[in-house]
Design a protein around this ligand. Sequence first.
Ligand code: ZN
Length: 206
Amino acid sequence: MMKLWNTAYDAGTLYNFNAGYIANYEPALADSYNDSTVGIYLLNSWPAEFKAEALAVTQYWAQEIFSPTGNYYEIIHGDILVNYEYYNYSAAASGVTYKYDFPTVILHELGHLVGLKHVSKSLAPSIMLSTLGTDEVKRQVYTIDKELINTIYEDTALTAEDPVLGKFSKSEDAPQKRGNVYRGVIELMPSGKCLHYLNGKLVEEH
Ligand SMILES: [Zn+2]
């Protein structure tokens, strides 16, 4: 799944590490995930702070950077949490009735982790639509997704619009001052709307 995003991006490598595996790590508090491991967690106990209906969330921590060339946020950590308590997933070759396609969910969340927002239904097909139905299988990065990922990282400074916070950039050499760290959360819902949270507060609903 990481490879699909890397292939979609022309100017470099978005995911330059291998996915590891950690079993039975399920802290109840969302903040406990802000550690040194960028991970995908399959949670049998879904943290109470997230909606029970959420299929999965991507949460990330970003630090405000004050720079002479303009302020921005730097992503310092991110994780994907999958709701295994309330949903059944399948990785079978074709869709399975009443189950959600696991590779589709992960590909979608990996898109958030590198900074993509949801894409409106009118631009479908896209892996970044805000909702997903059971037995819906979309294991590819579509043309619109490829365009978006290449647009937000079009310069070599890797600047992007963050879905929750605003402007992002990779670290730079210019003199800078570091500000507050914020935690953003984007939930993928089985249907209906998508919810964005900032430090636990709902900031966007669409
Ligand atoms: Zn999403």
